[in-house]
Ligand binder design. Structure first.
Ligand SMILES: [Zn+2]
Length: 115
């Protein structure tokens, strides 16, 4: 299957050929096209819809219970989140990194961390 970005796409404003670029937003690498003349940008529709799904999840707060398991506490990660991560990572590792972001906030890191 050919990708839409394999075609020559012209800028709507000035008719110049747009060049492929990569944009980084919230850890996502988005494929985009940019017009060198006027700076117009066009996000790849597939990447844009994935990114929008992420923004919807990001704006949501899930309330989950802590359960006592052995000497530790366990929290469940809602299916919606797991499904999204699986789509992104293709294979989900059983190991995640857990660390404090600040005194009241814990972070879970899935997959490889950039930077
Ligand atoms: Zn242009």
């Amino acid at each position: 299957m050919t990708d839409i970005f394999d075609n020559v796409i012209l800028c709507r404003k000035c008719g110049e050929e747009m060049n492929p670029i990569k944009l980084e937003r919230n850890g996502f690498i988005l494929r985009a096209l940019e017009c060198k003349k006027c700076g117009s940008r066009l996000l790849h529709p597939v990447d844009e819809s994935e990114y929008n799904k992420f923004i919807q999840l990001k704006n949501k707060t899930f309330r989950v219970k802590m359960r006592f398991v052995g000497n530790s506490y366990a929290v469940s990660i809602p299916r919606e989140i797991v499904r999204f991560i699986k789509e992104q990572e293709k294979v989900m590792d059983n190991m995640v990194k857990l660390c404090f972001s600040n005194s009241k906030k814990l972070s879970l890191v899935f997959g490889k961390e950039e930077k």
